[in-house]
Write a protein that binds this ligand. Structure first.
Ligand code: HEC
Length: 147
């Protein structure tokens, strides 16, 4: 009688161990192959988020919401900072344009135009600028993202 009880219990333990081992090995395989690109991207986005909080949030908002009435010029003729979330128009621009805009500032791209948007060239490295744009884009719904 005891043997009959022990035998299935042993089988069950072996089966459980096998399932766990297969699960772990399967997990590793997934992680090792297809997830490598995603890991690099996640690191960029985390760096971008830190850069955003430190250098952009004061104007563009902690939640990328921009400044109030961002479409209305102030009495001095300058525009408030626009949101970078999906309600703004940042997502209409290509990644390359956004990087250039952040590097040169709006006045740097449009000579004679007065803007509060500073140039970050020399303040942030190119990879920090690319990372902050990647972070901003990561907050948009999939259908708004561009390459
Ligand atoms: C001192 C305030 C200020 C800071 C800090 C600031 N911005 Fe701006 N930004 C603005 C303003 C104001 C505009 C709108 C410029 C205009 O059209 O005159 C703008 C516009 C932009 C645009 C263009 C958006 C569009 O829809 O065309 C991008 C991109 C941008 N900023 C990125 C950034 C990033 C990235 C940072 C941080 C690294 C940053 N900004 C920091 C004020 C700021």
């Amino acid at each position: 009688m005891t043997r009959l009880i022990r035998f299935p219990a042993y089988l069950l333990a072996a089966a459980a161990a096998f399932v766990m081992a297969a699960g772990v090995a399967g997990g590793w395989r997934l992680w090792g192959s297809s997830n490598q690109g995603a890991e690099v991207e996640t690191a960029d986005i985390l760096l971008g988020q830190r850069v955003y909080v430190e250098y952009c949030a004061s104007c563009h908002g902690a939640n990328l919401e921009g400044q109030p009435d961002w479409q209305t010029r102030r009495p001095d003729g300058r525009l408030p900072a626009p949101p970078h979330d999906a309600t703004g128009h940042t997502w209409h621009h290509s990644t390359a344009q956004l990087i250039e805009l952040t590097r040169k500032g709006v006045a740097g791209l449009v000579p004679g135009y007065e803007s509060d948007m500073p140039a970050f060239e020399g303040v942030l490295t190119d990879s920090e600028i690319a990372a902050v744009i990647a972070y901003i884009a990561s907050t948009w719904p999939q259908e708004l993202r561009r390459r």
